[in-house]
Design a protein around this ligand. Structure first.
Ligand code: AMP
Length: 443
């Protein structure tokens, strides 16, 4: 199949040729003809599937073909995205695809001055990529009018809801013309997403390019059980021991991101952080240095990392598990992209077992666990039962001889980590300290 056979016009084909896109990805093959035909679309597609081109190419073609000229402070298409980074990335894709078309594009997001955005909007913009909060600021200041909007695209809609934009989305829907084309893209389809779509999309074509709520297949994923306080030490060890190159590391908090970067810099490892407290310019700088290979480790929080377009990334490390299970899918979408294989490694401590269970429920798979010799946790990470639930700790029978594992039922796997890893299995509860190899059993 070719892009030409999907009905795309010469100026777009020329841009795609320049970018080296040869064949459409599965989502593009399905979405492009539908969007060109004016249909509403509801697509479950993860980052890395080529979804941006799936909506951007046909949208640009429709805009170029229409006689409509954009008026002052008006826009003809609105692309809503959850974060500034994604806004930049989507806008940059639009700009590349529109290289040979007379269609203007612009990105507006918060965290930067609103005045230049107001100035630019005066001339009107064909495609506006925006985050919901800033869009409504502009709208309330009359810097933007929606009367010419013919297409609305919600990109990473699940993430917008996770970030608490539900009310903003309601306001935008209420302000937009009722006659319009609506495209909704989401990594996963939750009940909330379905109810967001209900009554707002007209007979949408439903597209799912990978099994529902599944993770990308070309990514090898596993978990390393470890005590919370030893995560940094373990990460440094694995980085060296496994000769990792560039790694994108996800952490839970901004403070955690800064602390890990400090620990890496102290070891003379080039690292930078990208999180919500950093100004937009320094986030973009960190991303650019990472892409240019000047920074080896990029440490990111979920919000900041959303939408980062980084290809050929061999390793993604979940230093902390995400609070929202769906973020796991977004995170590991950073590796194994465009057919390449990747590894996603999660450092999991005992406290995080419920988060692990939630991820396993969502992805419908049990993450394989592999202890790192010398880092076996003192606080065992409870086993999950494959259905995403924690296996309850069975009551320990009273054993007179105290610390021996005798008396523990032989089928007790509840708090034992790695399945069948020699030397790694030991009963829970006995605290040890420092780095050491697991003692062989029976010693
Ligand atoms: P996305 O899922 O939209 O974030 O796209 C993932 C990456 O794949 C981006 O770097 C795109 O430039 C690239 N890409 C999208 N479509 C194609 C294609 N048909 N052929 C090659 N690369 C593509």
């Amino acid at each position: 199949m070719t892009f030409a056979s999907l009905g795309l016009a010469a100026p777009l084909l020329q841009a795609l040729d320049g970018l080296g896109y040869k064949t459409p990805t599965p989502i593009q093959a399905k979405a492009i003809p539908a969007v060109l035909a004016g249909r509403d679309v509801m697509a479950a597609a993860q980052t890395g599937t080529g979804k941006t081109a799936g909506f951007a190419l046909p949208l640009l073609q429709r805009l170029a073909e229409s006689e409509d000229k954009v008026g002052s402070n008006c826009i003809r298409a609105l692309v809503l995205v959850p974060t500034r980074e994604l806004a930049e990335q989507v806008q940059s894709s639009f700009r590349q695809y529109a290289e040979h078309l007379p269609v203007s594009t612009y990105a507006a997001y918060g965290g930067v001055s609103i005045n230049p955005q107001m100035m630019r909007l005066r001339r009107g913009v064909d495609v506006l990529v925006a985050t919901p909060g800033r869009l409504l600021d502009l709208f309330s200041q009359n810097a933007i009018k929606f009367k010419q909007v013919q297409t609305l695209i919600l990109d990473e809609a699940d993430r917008m809801l996770d970030l608490g934009f539900a009310r903003e989305l309601d306001t935008v829907f209420a302000a937009l013309p009722k006659q319009r084309q609506t495209l909704l893209f989401s990594a996963t389809f939750s009940d909330e997403i379905r109810s967001l779509a209900k009554g707002r999309l007209r007979d949408p074509l439903s597209i799912e390019v990978s099994p529902r709520n599944s993770t990308v297949k070309s990514v090898k994923q596993w978990a390393v059980p470890v005590d919370k306080k030893r995560k940094t030490e373990l990460f440094l060890f694995m980085l060296k021991d496994r000769r990792w190159g560039q790694v994108l590391v996800f952490v839970k908090t901004k403070r955690g991101a800064d602390e890990l970067v400090d620990a890496l810099l102290a070891k003379k490892i080039k690292a930078d952080a990208i999180h919500g407290d950093k100004p937009q310019a320094s986030r973009l700088r960190a991303l650019e240095s990472f892409k240019a290979g000047e920074v080896q480790i990029l440490v990111a929080t979920d919000v900041a990392a959303r939408g980062l377009d980084i290809d050929d990334l061999p390793q993604v490390v979940n230093f902390d598990l995400p609070i929202v299970a769906e973020d796991y899918i977004h995170r590991i979408g950073r590796t194994g992209r465009a057919g390449a294989t990747g590894e996603a490694i999660s450092l999991v401590c005992a406290d995080e077992a419920p988060l692990l269970a939630a991820i396993e429920t969502l992805t419908k798979q049990t993450l394989e666990r592999e202890e790192e010799p010398g880092f076996e946790p003192d606080h065992r990470v409870p086993m999950t039962n494959g259905a995403g639930q924690l296996v309850k700790k069975p009551k320990k029978p009273k054993v007179k001889t105290g610390r021996s594992s005798k008396g523990v039922p032989s089928n007790w796997v509840g708090f034992d980590d790695a399945p069948a890893r020699s030397g790694g299995r030991r009963p829970a509860g006995k605290a040890t300290s420092g780095a050491r190899k697991s003692p062989p059993r029976g010693r």
